[in-house]
Design a protein around this ligand. Structure first.
Ligand SMILES: CC(C)C[C@H](CC(=O)NO)C(=O)N[C@H]1Cc2cn(c3ccccc23)CCCCCCNC1=O
Ligand SMILES: [Ca+2]
Ligand SMILES: [Zn+2]
Ligand SMILES: [Zn+2]
Length: 172
């Protein structure tokens, strides 16, 4: 067990999410990738996710740059790529992505077209669900970005972490 369970967890398993920057370029690709990242967590737990178009969503997805109102300012291109808040009311669960990064929303296997948004979204949404960082270098929750192909399969350490929080899917 290398992952860290970070305190609070959601008291519900049916959660909602919403993309705040609805008119940003590539908004459709962003929504698709967020949905793919959430289904990876959904497939390995009892959690279910539903997209809503409201700022009342449990998990708000935000693209912002530098100072953006939460005291954790971003730093321009590179360095910190994103951050997220652990489960809770208000900004709890929200995931913020640095708008100054060159994001690749098409799931490129190398970083030739930019930083793989799907990988970063998987990591941030892990925090949104209550997972801290892992010392397992192969884990999604490892604190350093790596463009590792996850197509659907969650590394063991991350799966153990999410199942400790929210159980595993009923064996059908
Ligand atoms: C895991 C990731 C999706 C989210 C994490 C932040 C995080 O944990 N959010 O929940 C992140 O951005 N980590 C930095 C950590 C980091 C690496 N370096 C840095 C140089 C300066 C500042 C930070 C870093 C060395 C240079 C590479 C910089 C580009 C990649 N950046 C990182 O890997
Ligand atoms: Ca940055
Ligand atoms: Zn923020
Ligand atoms: Zn992190």
């Amino acid at each position: 067990r290398r992952y860290v369970l970070q305190g609070p967890k959601w008291s519900r398993t049916d959660l909602t999410w919403s993309l705040v920057n609805r008119t940003m370029p590539d908004a459709q690709k962003v929504r698709m990738m967020v949905s793919r990242a959430l289904s990876v967590w959904e497939n390995n737990s009892k959690l279910t996710f539903r997209e809503v178009y409201s700022d009342q969503a449990d998990i708000q997805i935000v693209f912002a740059r530098l100072q953006h109102g939460d005291g954790y300012k971003f730093d321009g291109p590179g360095q910190v790529l994103a951050h997220a808040f652990y489960p809770g009311e208000g900004r709890g669960g929200d995931a913020h992505f640095d708008a100054d990064e060159t994001w690749d929303f098409d799931g490129g296997a190398d970083d030739s077209r930019g930083t793989n948004f799907l990988n970063v979204a998987l990591h941030e949404l892990g925090h949104s669900l209550g997972l801290g960082h892992s010392s397992d270098v192969n884990a999604i929750m490892y604190p350093w970005y790596q463009n590792n192909e996850v197509d659907g399969k969650l590394p063991d350490d991350d799966r153990h972490g999410i199942q400790e929080l929210y159980g595993s899917k009923e064996k059908t």
